[in-house]
Design a protein around this ligand. Structure first.
Ligand SMILES: Cc1cc2nc3c(=O)[nH]c(=O)nc-3n(C[C@H](O)[C@H](O)[C@H](O)COP(=O)(O)OP(=O)(O)OC[C@H]3O[C@@H](n4cnc5c(N)ncnc54)[C@H](O)[C@@H]3O)c2cc1C
Length: 401
């Protein structure tokens, strides 16, 4: 008899994996920590994606939801959640399958410790035990569940990186954590951001925040960027207008296009401390030390997946990116920084030493920030193909254990 498939996370990739399970007739459950589907996407709901609907809707989603949005328009995160992901979660084929407010706190191979039965059939045959936190439900509070195949689609957005040099907290950062915004801030209420904002980071999230904050007349922006001469992730001949525009705006801000914005390149935050109601930041910059007293700090220095989830499993993580090793090597070996040009990976690349456990979606890219939904949907195709009884890869076909 087939065992359960456990899908961790009801983001876009987790929901696409759920449709794949439904199509294959496998028993499955999606465990979602948030109170809604797409909880991470909703956190940045005010941000417009730079990929259009046609790239954000998988072929499975389109088949199950024929009236799903299509075309070249780029949705906001909220539109993606409201117009695509919520309707997908409400489909009859997923009825009763998505458990909200259910965080997977840990998982293990039932009865086996991390170092036991390395590479043996015993390990492959043992089910997984999941420890579930259900804080909204005191009757259950903590419980366990079993699965034969686990797809970790938990994303990265709830685990922001510290802002200090080298990726560790700057002195004072932990004490002031409650004063630091670590998601792209909505700027609909300009008064909320009045005064001086210290922004740290140079990726697309930081560029999006800089673009929005620079438009607020009551805001002075001090933007701390690590690279001495950032290229802002420019892609030659970029076909995505939204991404191109962000690069152009960042360049212009660095060139002094707005007198309320200073871009400190080749800089990092050495320490933070309270200064009454304000915060003092000691910077090291290419032009020597600088002290900035600010009212708000926005740290957008990237996100990394929760590795503690698979601590008890045999996962070979890349020492540089923290992505599963095979996938990381493939991504690092692929040319160029354009996420649209990422290669299709193949099931072998997705495998980890732990049989029947896969990291999919944004988390599978570890520290690499080139993940696109399209790549996540391809990963789901790989899983569906490898476990389908009619797999096109002879000798590799297998039912869910
Ligand atoms: C601001 C921003 C803009 C982006 N723009 C684009 C774009 O234009 N185009 C594009 O293709 N990609 C874009 N991305 C990248 C990527 O596509 C998104 O991050 C996307 O949401 C990743 O989907 P996912 O399903 O892998 O993970 P997520 O959407 O992060 O979903 C993970 C889910 O898992 C849940 N979860 C977390 N931990 C647990 C746990 N322990 N137990 C149970 N549930 C858990 C979360 O609550 C969440 O709902 C963007 C990302 C960001 C942050």
């Amino acid at each position: 008899m087939q065992r359960h498939v456990a899908i961790l996370g009801a983001g876009p990739v987790g929901l696409d994996a759920a449709l794949a399970c439904a199509d294959a007739g496998w028993p499955f459950t999606v465990y979602e920590a948030g109170g809604t589907t797409a909880a991470h996407v909703r956190t940045w709901g005010h941000v417009r994606l730079f990929t259009p609907w046609d790239l954000n809707v998988s072929h499975r989603m389109r088949r199950h939801l024929p009236n799903a949005p299509a075309g070249d328009d780029c949705p906001t995160g909220a539109e993606l959640a409201d117009r695509l992901l919520d309707p997908i979660a409400a489909l009859p084929v997923l009825e009763g399958r998505v458990r909200l407010r259910t965080r997977v706190a840990a998982l293990a191979r039932t009865g086996l410790l991390k170092h036991e039965q390395i590479g043996t059939g015993v390990r492959a045959a043992a089910p997984f035990t999941l420890l579930l936190d259900t804080p909204g439900d005191p009757a259950r509070a903590e419980e366990t569940a079993e699965a034969g195949l686990v797809l970790d689609c938990t994303g990265t957005y709830s685990h922001p990186n510290p802002l200090g040099a080298g990726g560790i907290p700057a002195p004072g950062e932990r004490a002031l954590d409650h004063r630091i915004t670590r998601t792209i801030p909505p700027t609909g209420d300009p008064d909320r951001w009045a005064g001086t904002v210290l922004l740290v980071g140079a990726g697309k999230s930081a560029q999006t925040a800089a673009d929005a904050l620079a438009r607020l007349p009551g805001t002075r922006l001090e933007w701390v960027v690590r690279g001495p001469s950032p290229d802002w992730g420019a892609v030659p001949g970029d076909t995505l207008p939204g991404r191109r525009r962000l690069v152009d705006t960042s360049r212009a801000l660095a060139d002094g296009s707005c007198d309320r914005v200073t871009v400190h390149t080749g800089a990092h935050v050495r320490a933070l401390s309270s200064d009454g109601d304000r915060i003092r930041a000691d910077l090291a910059t290419g032009h020597g030390p600088r002290e900035i007293v600010c009212d708000h700090i926005v740290a957008l220095t990237g996100y990394s997946g929760d590795a503690s989830l698979h601590r008890q499993l045999q996962i070979h993580e890349c020492y540089a990116t923290a992505a599963p090793m095979n996938l990381s090597a493939a991504l690092l070996g692929s040319a160029g920084g354009d996420c649209l040009a990422q290669p299709s990976t193949g099931i072998e690349i997705l495998r980890t030493p732990e049989p029947h456990f896969f990291v999919l979606g944004a988390k599978s890219y570890g520290r690499l920030n080139t993940f696109l939904l399209r790549a996540g949907y391809q990963q789901v195709d790989e899983i569906a193909g490898a476990y389908a009884p009619q797999s096109r890869t002879p000798g590799r076909a297998r039912a869910v254990p």
